[in-house]
Design a protein around this ligand. Sequence first.
Ligand SMILES: C[S@@+](CC[C@H](N)C(=O)[O-])C[C@H]1O[C@@H](n2cnc3c(N)ncnc32)[C@H](O)[C@@H]1O
Length: 248
Amino acid sequence: MPSGADIIRRMHFRVMQSIRRRGVGGSLGLVPGFVAARLKGDPERRFDSRFRVDTAGILKPTELQRDRYFKDSNWYAPVATALFRRMLREVRVDYRDYIFVDFGCGKGKALLLAARLPFKEIIGIELWQTVLEVAGRNVREYTGKRQCQNVRLQCINAVDFRFSSDPALYYFFDPFKIDVMSRVLANLRASLIQWPRESYVLYCEPERHDVLNAADFLIPVKQTSHFAIYRTCSPANLIEAPRSGWQS
Ligand SMILES: C[S@@+](CC[C@H](N)C(=O)[O-])C[C@H]1O[C@@H](n2cnc3c(N)ncnc32)[C@H](O)[C@@H]1O
């Protein structure tokens, strides 16, 4: 059972996230739906008890306080199952040809949901060792449907991820601030020049649409208030040098 402090922390996190994204007026409009959902019970805890895993809760990465990337890291929270499914439905590809990479996988909720689909490989990247260990347990013990057994976890900073030549779905659930995001995107861009391939960027609960919209190698496919999907453009349209302001 979550403690009172845990519940208040979660509420505060969600309210601030919503106000940042939708403003006060837009957030107030969500209250009736929120109350109705609470009356039905917490779907994230239901997911955990149904599949014998531990993904729910909101955690501040306090252990990373001494890490120089701490200030750019967002808190851990699991993606909502319905939202993840809705987002994936928009990417109409043969999953068997693609890898799925979760930048900031936390306790691995999105990895478990992705493993229900026949991806070629699933990679979870996480800076915070403690939650990554929980993700490892979850991946081993998950009792739900599974079509991809090939799940790999890496305890690294997202900026150090080495892209490969595989077509991929690159997934981000509001993991870090925009400086880190820009560096990851610059690495992705460089890798597309090195290994031309069709890939997708899925940005869930985006803090900033504008940075991705401005990227010269991303074509918007779908944008809602909860997620944005982009397809990488043909490398023939990419110039070698990143536009000014892009870091690599
Ligand atoms: C909102 S959670 C996303 C959880 C998961 N992706 C999901 O969809 O359920 C964001 C995660 O990103 C991690 N994170 C933050 N900065 C990071 C970085 N620079 N590199 C790797 N992971 C990072 C946090 O520790 C946190 O666990």
